[in-house]
Design a protein around this ligand. Structure first.
Ligand SMILES: [Zn+2]
Length: 175
């Protein structure tokens, strides 16, 4: 069984879906192991460090992270987040090249299931925490720029406008 790289298209409706269903290990909506492989392959093909299923048109609470080895989190939950925050640069495969600074908790404790339905408990810090929080937000239909301050939001708008123009040009050339 080989993995598939799924194109990351303009899936705006699904990116803002606030009612994404949990993965059901008793009655799986799709093969979780295959889904995990596809997510990792697609994230790596896009040189991303994280990817949520709804970014590639799969409406399920699942995302992957580029840890070593890559990790796929089913039905993730955040059980604790530190009051201590950190401002870091953040990008998103759905908004290629648009990097802005966002403030988020420095430490988190989380729970999720691996592709085999095994419950996992973990603590993340720094960039790994950042990645988990960003992908977790995707599954709630929330996007990174919505967490930015007004200055960074303005930066986002400007950069996304330019990036969109470039993406349209590339799409035209490919036709
Ligand atoms: Zn993202």
């Amino acid at each position: 069984m080989s993995e598939h790289v799924i194109p990351i298209g303009d899936l705006n409706d699904m990116l803002r879906d606030k009612d994404i269903p949990a993965f059901d290990f008793k009655n799986p909506q799709t093969d979780p192991v295959k889904l995990a492989k596809d997510l990792i392959a697609t994230m790596q093909a896009g040189n991303g460090i994280g990817l949520a299923a709804n970014q590639i048109g799969i409406r399920l609470k699942v995302f992957c992270m580029q840890t070593d080895p890559p990790m796929v989190c089913f039905n993730p939950r955040i059980t604790w987040q530190s009051e201590e925050t950190v401002k870091l640069e953040e990008g998103c495969l759905s908004y290629p090249g648009v990097i802005i600074k966002i403030e988020r908790p420095q430490h988190i404790r989380v729970r999720f299931f691996d592709p085999y339905g095994t419950p996992i408990v973990k603590k993340f810090t720094g960039m790994a925490a950042r990645c988990f929080l960003h992908e977790y937000d995707h599954l709630q239909g929330k996007l990174y720029y919505e967490r930015a301050d007004w200055f960074q939001k303005e930066k986002f708008e400007k950069r996304w406008k330019i990036a969109k123009r470039r993406l349209r040009k590339i799409a035209k050339l490919k036709r």
